[in-house]
Every structure is written in C-alpha cells, then in structure tokens.
Design a protein around this ligand. Sequence first.
Ligand code: NAP
Length: 251
Amino acid sequence: MSPAPAFGPVPPDPLHGRRIAITGGTSGLGLALARAAHARGAKVALVARTASEVERVVRELPGSAGIVGDVADKGAIHPVALQLTARLGGLDILVNNASSLGVVPLAPLADTECEELELALATNLVGPFRLTRALLGALAASAREGTGAVVLNVSSDAAVQPYPGWGAYGASKAGLRHLSAIWDLELRELGIRVLSADPGDMDTPLHALAVPDADPATLKPPAQAAEELLAVVTAALADRLGQQPELETAS
Ligand SMILES: NC(=O)c1ccc[n+]([C@@H]2O[C@H](COP(=O)([O-])OP(=O)(O)OC[C@H]3O[C@@H](n4cnc5c(N)ncnc54)[C@H](OP(=O)(O)O)[C@@H]3O)[C@@H](O)[C@H]2O)c1
C-alpha cells in the first residue's frame, strides 16, 4: 500500500501582503496585473490618467488604491509617488506598465513629428525613470526589511527588433530595456532588482490601435501575460534570477 499523501500547511503566496504599484492599471495588461495581484492577496495601487476608469477598477478590487496621474508629466511624478507610498504604507514592487505608441496610426520616422517621439519617450522611458527614482527610498527600505524589492519595466519585442513604423515606440522601449539592465546592476547592492520583460502580443486596446486588422484570436490574453510577469516578479523576490537582466516571456 502506498503511503498516504502528506498534507501540510499550504505555503503562503509570495505576493500575499506585498505592496505593488502598477502604472496603467485600468486597461489591458495593467488591469490584468492588478486583478491577479489583488486575487493573490497583494496590496494593490494603480495609476492612470482617466479618473472614471481608476474609480471603476478600485470599485472592482476592494481595498485597492487608485491614483489619477500622468507618468509623462514631470510635475505629476512626486505627487503620484507620495500617494503611492502613503496609500500602500511603503512599496515592494513597482510595475512601469503605462505606455504610449507616440504616433497613431503608426508611421515611418520621416512622418513622425518630434512631439510624437517626445510623447513616446516621456511616457515609456523618462516617466518610468522619474517614478522609479522617486520611489527608490521606499523600495530600498523594503529591501532592507528583507522582503526584497522589484521594479518591473514592461518591454516589447519592438525594443530589440527594428520594425518599420514602430520607430518612436521602439526607440523608447529599447531605451527602457537598457536603462533597466544598467539600473539592475547599480541597485543590486541595495537589494533592489530592476527587470524588463516582454509580455508578447496581447489582445488589448493598445494592440488594436497599433494593428487594427489583427485577429484577436491570435493574440495572448492579458490575464495569461499577467501571470507570466508575476512569475518573473516572484522569482526575483526569491532572488532566483541571478544576473539575467531581462526575461523574454513566450509570445
Ligand atoms: N498589447 C501588446 O500587444 C503589447 C505587446 C508588447 C508590449 N506591450 C506593453 O504592455 C504594456 C501594457 O500595454 P497594453 O496593451 O495593456 O495597453 P493599454 O490597454 O492601452 O493600457 C494602457 C494603460 O496605461 C494607461 N496610460 C497610458 N498613458 C498613461 C500615462 N501617460 N500616465 C498614466 N497612465 C497611462 C492607460 O490609462 P489612461 O489612458 O486612462 O491613462 C491604460 O490604463 C505597455 O507597456 C505596452 O508597451 C503591449
């Protein structure tokens, strides 16, 4: 007779009680991340520009904190950072997910206005830099407490592949990817990991704007990408990632 299976206490979810801030948490991947983290017992705060959407998600996710702010706006960063740490009581995980294509419809660089390139850079590169920098003290405090601290910057295959028409977005994501790798090396001694990850092509409003004729059935559900990215975060919290600066998830 085989021995009876041993039922012990279920280990706690590594996200349970963790304080996580997600920019762009009202749509697509950000909303899926907020829902998944909330379901796993994390304390969730989300940031987006549209107040009614922020309120809608906060109603859906009881106990979550909603902050209205524009990550591309220099003047908004410190108020957003202060609200995030005040509402969460500190910060363990920051996900820089909010994003802009810069040019809609997508256009060759020759037809891209400087202001459109600036919008992509402000939203996808400078905003995440500013917000991360403003939150370093809170993240370092969390790392000192021994729970680990992680910044996840949402990347794209356009960060490494030069797709025609994706110049503004691709350049901003390439910058974010490289920034992440350098920051990861610089912040290790504080116990903070900075990662970037490509979620793959997902069925979201941003993808529909970029590729209007794509068949949604061929795209990844954002909920699946969210689980994959949260696995990256929990692995980093457990310090199992070694020196690898970017994990490419399956598309
Ligand atoms: N979808 C894909 O196939 C795909 C592929 C590779 C990578 N990605 C990356 O995945 C991430 C999520 O994309 P998604 O497709 O889920 O996008 P999405 O559905 O368009 O959602 C974007 C979210 O960001 C918010 N947002 C946009 N600009 C903002 C700003 N300046 N400040 C604050 N919040 C802002 C939006 O709300 P408001 O408009 O109300 O601010 C919304 O909540 C992005 O980083 C994107 O580059 C997506």
